[in-house]
Design a binder for this molecule. Structure first.
Ligand SMILES: [Zn+2]
Length: 297
């Protein structure tokens, strides 16, 4: 059994995981909190659950929203500034769980979760795409997360797809995230129509045939198609698994995504099926436990 913790921009989800089954799960709000203000509380809550239920927990897996390399969380733009640059063993120490631990970037652990218990079962190598307020991604190759030198390999959200495109949060222009994230879709729609409405409502308007709404989703789908073609070219995965809240609008994204993918990808790398994730939100928790089971010493 493992402890699994998923640190996000608004909450920290935590659980005890038995195999691929989540047997106790809860969360605390993280908004603007430093590791010192939040991790000790999570550790205490997990220790209490383990003690009261007499679970024999052997390791801890920590999912973090940023690239990890050389034992350090290198960037974490959605968290309190005190998170970035921190050593993983320091962060694990704040949990005081008294078991060995590992940490990895959230999109990679989400992918591993799908590999262990979701849409990635039976696949060896695939790309995992999370579509929400941001766009995240990673590659699972032969059942292991591909990290690269600085932990950011396969992070497709910041692939440039339009050199003159909208400004991205990372400071550059035309990243996938600046065109295809939920935030970007709302921003581009507002710029075109003057109406500031939520992504879900734009999706509804697109489904009822409104042109501006359809155009914004079609552009987002094309950006994702270019991204998938890049993944296909570089890593030749068996499939792309899509998760995150915005993947519920896949019906609107998929036509232009697939059209662009088939136009841009080299034929040797096709077909590349686009598959819906099965686990959804808990994927990083299941993946963190799976990763800890394999790698925590
Ligand atoms: Zn960017």
């Amino acid at each position: 059994m493992e402890y699994a913790i998923d640190v996000g921009g608004t909450k920290i989800a935590y659980a005890i995981v038995d195999g691929t089954r989540i047997i106790a799960e809860d969360s605390i709000a993280t908004d603007g909190k430093s590791p010192e203000e939040s991790l000790p509380k999570v550790g205490e809550a997990l220790r209490t659950v383990a003690r009261e239920s007499m679970r024999d927990v052997r390791a801890v897996g920590l999912s973090l929203p940023g690239p990890i390399a050389h034992g350090v969380l290198l960037h974490a733009p959605n968290l309190h500034p005190a998170w970035a640059g921190r050593r993983i063993d320091e962060l694990l120490g704040l949990l005081a769980l008294a078991v060995p631990g590992v940490a990895q970037r959230d999109a990679l652990l989400g992918g591993l979760g799908e590999f262990a218990a979701g849409a990635g079962q039976g696949l060896d190598s695939f790309a995992y795409l999370t579509l929400g307020t941001g766009v995240g991604g990673g590659l699972i190759i032969d059942g292991e997360p591909l990290t690269g030198t600085d932990g950011a390999a396969g992070e497709i959200g910041h692939l440039t797809v339009d050199v003159r495109g909208p400004r991205c949060g990372c400071g550059r222009r035309g990243c996938v995230e600046a065109i295809a994230s939920g935030t970007a879709i709302a921003r581009i729609y507002a710029a075109e129509t003057g109406e500031e409405i939520h992504g879900a409502e734009i999706a509804q308007r697109a489904r009822s045939g409104e042109r501006a709404a359809r155009r914004v989703f079609s552009r987002a789908g094309s950006a994702l198609g270019v991204a998938c073609a890049a993944w296909a070219q570089v890593a030749n995965p068996q499939a792309v698994i899509t998760g995150g809240s915005l993947s519920q609008s896949m019906d609107l994204l998929l036509p232009s995504l697939e059209r662009t993918l088939h136009r841009r990808a080299w034929k040797a790398n096709l077909p590349l099926p686009i598959v819906q994730a099965k686990l959804g939100g808990p994927a990083p928790l299941v993946g963190a436990a799976y990763y800890a089971r394999a790698h925590a010493r």
